[in-house]
Design a protein around this ligand. Structure first.
Ligand code: LUZ
Ligand code: MOS
Length: 750
């Protein structure tokens, strides 16, 4: 089944924030932001800007009726800077005018004087100076000393990953419309409508029930709108609150690139030990995370790095520490994988480095250390239904890892102008918000008297197809065609206290809530049918819009049943509430059972490098992925392909750079290269791992949004291996991204 939005997307008919018709009298807003990375605000002069015809008001922290505070996990971030600025792009004021054009002209007339302070641009410097977002956290299993004792080979090294721009096609934005009595309807391109509502309430000093957040869909998000959609919505709402007029704030691409956070860059320093037979005996790793100037979601992202510090391997003795470091850059934020990919890269770099030193292919080490049932993760959870070995073996059966490797060797013997490299990537990704309390969702279902169905959930449609999945859940329970079901906007008045659509859990959590509500309604309708037919409920079935009694047609259609139920005054609306069972985590011990299940998989990547130019292509990626029992293989394969290419982009060509003043150099699509059609592997094969499906996943169909991002890891090592095949003097540095320039330098390093 296709994504039910596809037809309208292709015709340009789908409605995004900018497509909402503006109410007459709508004002437009633009943010005036800090041009320096760190400093004191000495003086501000808005007078010239205020005089410009069409400028309605310039709003600063002084106009905030509630708290000037937008921090969600830690309250350490002002909406508008008061005395000090901490990064380039930090909002200082909001210009509200009759048109967007006027706001831009007014911005040029604002004069602010700063006293510049030293800026910290590197996380290592922040660590040395003790600038942290929170105290470092460590996960431990076994004992490193035992591990060292049992090790024949010990290696030490460093692995680094860079930032990444989300590049959602729809930039951040919001539109606030005043309603009677000070109420506000807030349209926002957000993954977290409740977060927007909470923070707006805090800043405006009005209760949450005065603010209705409504979201039709997003033009992409990738984590960038989990937390960082909030400030723009709060600003629009503040404008509306102060002026009693509709206010729209939609970021230009340049403003969005400059002002919003990215994926967190990490530096990992590790020590790893192996027994004679190449079993990992210990892994001691310290991650230095660049959090930017405020906490944002960094404490949660730190957690997911800790949880994925041992990758897909069982390591009996491990110590994983993350230092979340405060720098003078825009606060980094959620991005598909949420700290997990950075963890995976470090352990895979350690394994690859060890393999290089030992003169063997990395897959020989990987294969020996895969997780199996009964193995303990460093956070205390015991692996069950582990598919690491199964997916590896299935990859081997279908794609013959040794043969692929032998072919690469053979190619490299016969060619010098081009060299190839291959790499295997095992995947094991934990599903559930690591903050246990967030693992809940609600759905509201109405069956109308004509038999059509309307569903509201807390899930945000951002192109991933969650609405299609919600329709599938209800359609299968009611046995009606999907076309009879409408997915309503995500709206905090209909479904309250939503968790963000994040952590790959949108379909699971909201789908389960739809399932619960649908089953309740179905039960009621069956009881009604039993009453009409003077039969027992157990003998009633509803199938293909017909009521069956003991398997035989009764002539009662779905429409008639619904209508009769209404006239019998049966409740045709239901709210479902789902809370993930079995999960818990004790932060004081750093142990528990945080994930309801894990997603596994194995990918095999082959890359080819042009040894004269340093350019490369990903030739092929063969994937065996654990979908559980996919409820929609088209959508799910789309997620795997998209995540794979986004992962490849992160580790190969996407390079976030700042100058020493903290200015973003990669500030446009001319200076920040994202994957295009040429970056896409020439061949991608995705095979479904055969499993029984997962009972805690919606319709046994496992979460799929983030896990396959990890498959991109293989591109880095495959390219690096190709360079090694050309230049025996090459000293790989395990610093991602491995850009074409870096490859060229590596090819001719001596
Ligand atoms: N967001 C969050 C996430 O708040 N908690 C998580 O565990 C998470 N994981 C992945 C992506 N977003
Ligand atoms: Mo996310 S990284 O918003 O699941």
């Amino acid at each position: 089944m296709k994504n039910t939005d596809t037809y309208r997307h292709l015709r340009g008919e789908s409605v995004y924030l900018d497509d909402i018709p503006e109410v007459l009298g709508t004002l437009h807003a633009l943010v005036y932001d800090s041009p320096i990375a760190h400093g004191k605000i000495k003086s501000v002069d808005y007078s010239e800007a205020e005089k410009l015809p069409g400028v309605i008001r310039i709003i600063t922290y002084k106009d905030i009726p509630g708290e000037n505070q937008i921090g969600a996990i830690i309250q350490d971030e002002e909406l508008f800077a008061e005395d000090e600025v901490h990064f380039i792009g930090e909002p200082i004021a909001l210009i509200v005018a009759e048109s967007e054009r006027i706001t831009r002209d007014a911005k040029k007339l604002i004069i602010v004087e700063f006293e510049e302070l030293p800026a910290i641009i590197s996380p290592e410097e922040a660590k040395e100076k003790g600038c942290f977002i929170e105290s470092p956290r460590t996960f431990r299993i076994g004992n490193l000393k035992d591990g060292e004792k049992n090790s024949k080979y010990v290696f030490e090294g460093t692995a680094e990953t860079g930032g990444q721009e989300h590049l959602y096609i729809e930039t951040q934005g919001s539109y606030a419309v005043p309603k009677e009595n000070g109420q506000i309807t807030l349209y926002s391109s957000t993954q977290g409508p409740t977060a927007v509502q909470q923070i707006t309430s805090r800043v405006l000093g009005i209760p949450m029930n005065m603010i209705e957040v409504d979201v039709r869909r997003l033009g992409g998000a990738f984590g960038g709108k989990e937390d960082q959609a909030t400030p723009w919505a709060v600003m629009a709402a503040l404008g509306t609150h102060l002026l009693n007029k509709p206010v729209k704030l939609s970021l230009s691409r340049h403003d969005d690139l400059r002002m919003t956070g990215k994926r967190h860059p990490y530096v990992a320093n590790y020590k790893i030990g192996f027994s004679e037979d190449l079993k990992i005996q210990f892994f001691d790793v310290e991650f230095i995370q660049d959090a930017g100037a405020a906490a944002d979601l960094s404490p949660a992202i730190t957690e997911r790095t800790l949880f994925h510090g041992t990758g897909s391997y069982f390591i009996p003795n491990a110590e994983i520490t993350v230092f979340s470091c405060k720098t003078n850059l825009p606060p980094n934020t959620a991005f598909r994988g949420f700290g997990g990919p950075q963890g995976f890269f470090a352990i895979e770099a350690a394994v690859q480095y060890a393999a290089d030193e030992l003169g063997i292919p990395a897959h020989k080490i990987q294969k020996k250390n895969l997780l199996k049932d009964g193995d303990e993760f460093p956070y205390g959870q015991i692996a069950d239904n582990a598919e690491a070995i199964h997916s590896w073996q299935t990859a081997n059966t279908n794609f013959d890892i040794e043969k692929t490797y032998a072919e690469v060797l053979k190619f490299n013997k016969e060619h010098t102008k081009f060299k190839k490299g291959m790499s295997v990537t095992p995947l094991c990704f934990g599903i559930s918000f690591t903050n246990t309390g967030l693992n809940q969702a609600r759905a509201l279902i109405h069956i109308y008297t004509d038999g059509s169905i309307g569903i509201s959930t807390g899930a945000i449609e951002m192109g991933q197809g969650v609405n299609t999945k919600m329709k599938q859940v209800a359609a299968s329970i009611f046995s009606v065609p999907v076309s009879r079901i409408k997915l309503e906007t995500t709206n905090t008045t209909r479904v309250a206290n939503t968790s963000p659509t994040a952590a790959s859990s949108g379909a699971d959590l909201n789908g389960k809530a739809v399932e619960i509500a649908s089953n309740e309604l179905l039960k009621r309708l069956k009881e009604t049918a039993a009453e009409i037919l003077s039969a027992t409920v157990e003998d009633i079935e509803i199938k293909n819009e017909q009521v069956l009694l003991k398997g035989k047609e009764t002539g009662i259609t779905w429409n008639k049943l619904v209508s009769d139920a209404y006239w019998k005054r049966v409740k045709l609306s239901e709210k479902g509430h789902y809370a993930t069972p079995e999960i818990h985590f004790d932060k004081t011990k750093e142990k528990g059972h945080p994930f309801v299940y894990h997603v596994y998989g194995t990918s095999v990547t082959t890359a080819i490098v042009d040894t004269m130019r340093g350019t490369y292509e990903i030739e092929k990626v063969d994937i065996v992925h654990d979908f559980g029992n996919s409820m929609n293989i088209l959508l799910d394969k789309g997620q795997v392909e998209g995540a794979l290419i986004q992962g490849i982009g992160w580790l190969t060509i996407e390079e976030i750079r700042h100058n020493e003043k903290g200015q973003l150099l990669a500030n446009a699509l001319s200076t920040y290269k994202v994957p295009d059609i040429y970056s896409v592997p020439k061949e991608v094969n995705i095979k479904e791992l055969e499993t029984e499906g997962e009972k805690h996943a919606i319709m046994k169909s496992k979460a799929v949004g983030e896990p396959p991002f990890i498959y991109g890891t293989g591109s880095f090592f495959a390219i690096q291996n190709a360079v090694k095949a050309f230049n025996p003097n090459y000293k790989p540095d395990f610093k991602a991204p491995i850009t074409h320039e870096k490859v060229l330098m590596g090819l001719y390093q001596d």
